[in-house]
Design a binder for this molecule. Structure first.
Ligand SMILES: [Fe+2]
Length: 342
């Protein structure tokens, strides 16, 4: 993320002696992006984060693609898809390219292990459900409408509230997910015309430091495989951290829509950007209010990008036959527009 935050206890000066009550050193770890030139955080562990007991290949992950057939629009009713298991095992990958993979999941149980995605950042959109994300940066409670932005390498597990159904949309990037650059000033602060501000972003609420021995499993997804690492200490043993890199939540209800007298294009809805794609939030808003405005999108041909729409709730002004959790896919190369009559 783009601003400084800290939880727990850190020494007054980085890279200096920071001692546990028994006199031994805490174990400092720098977690950073772009080879020491991107955002980073310093974490202080009870145990060395490098102390791995066993390594085993859990599974290879190769997506198989269906034969696409003719170039056309698609409507997927993912509300009818049901899956079970934990937040990773329940994932159903629906579409992917070199930049992004989009899945849905309906987790029915907490994860019994921790997970990190090592190729890029993940965004989990919580369509329905609540619970908390347990990370080495602290506990991040989530609720419906949250985008959970989890930077590369952050270790987490999802613990859903089992008394409410969980419906997640997962966007796995092959790079870093950030606020649109045009909304940031040269210091990295969100500008006044941005549709959200730092106050809308929720970092982990509190840090839980586990000092436990046993066998703890961490699964790392990278290079088309999931590798399991067994640690003999609890992986969430951080007593304090500070920096700019940490997972956070942003609720879609806090996205302030940008409206116009005439129809505004999708970039006004942009929420995040990542290499090769953007994420937009189409929220309830005052529709185009010029006396002669046509409050629906004009036909458009995005000749070099695909549009994937996930429908959350409410009336969808431009399409018929859509239900919550529908996905429509509008590939590049052919024009699309509102359904006739809408
Ligand atoms: Fe479109």
């Amino acid at each position: 993320m783009t601003y400084y935050y800290h939880l727990g206890t850190v020494p007054p000066k980085r890279h200096t002696q920071f001692r546990q009550p028994d006199g031994s050193l805490y174990h400092e770890e720098l977690m950073g992006l772009r080879g020491f030139t991107g955002i980073q955080s310093l974490l202080y562990h009870l145990h060395p984060p490098t102390q791995v007991e066993k390594i085993r290949l859990e599974q290879t992950v190769m997506l198989e693609f269906e034969e696409m057939g003719p170039l056309r629009h698609w409507h997927l009713r993912t509300g009818k898809a049901l899956s079970q298991g934990d937040a990773i095992g329940a994932r159903i990958p629906l579409m992917a390219n070199a930049d992004v993979c989009i899945s849905v999941a309906h987790p029915t149980e907490p994860m019994s292990y921790w997970y990190r995605f090592a190729h890029g950042d993940e965004v989990i959109f919580v369509h329905q459900g609540s619970g908390f994300l347990e990370t080495q940066y602290g506990i991040l409670p989530y609720r419906a409408g949250d985008y959970l932005v989890i930077p590369t390498g952050v270790m987490w597990r999802m613990v859903p509230d089992m008394n409410v159904a969980q419906r997640l949309l997962i966007i796995e990037a092959q790079g870093h997910v950030e606020p649109p650059a045009r909304y940031l000033n040269r210091y990295g602060q969100l500008l006044e015309h941005a549709p959200y501000s730092e106050r809308d972003l929720r970092p982990p609420e509190h840090l839980l430091t586990h000092d436990e021995s046993g066998e703890f499993e961490v699964r790392v997804k990278a290079r088309n495989r999931i590798t399991t690492y067994i640690y003999l200490h609890h992986p969430l043993d951080v007593v304090g951290w500070d920096g700019y890199l940490y997972p956070y939540a942003f609720n879609i209800a806090d996205f302030e829509p940008i409206t116009g007298r005439i129809h505004q294009p999708p970039p006004v809805h942009q929420t995040f950007e990542a290499p090769g794609f953007v994420i937009c939030s189409f929220v309830p808003r005052l529709f185009d209010y010029h006396p002669l405005a046509i409050p629906a999108p004009y036909n458009h041909s995005n000749v070099d990008s695909d549009e994937v729409l996930y429908y959350v709730e409410g009336n969808f002004m431009s399409r018929k036959g859509i239900e919550p959790a529908s996905i429509t896919v509008h590939p590049n190369g052919i024009p699309h527009g509102p359904h006739p009559g809408m």
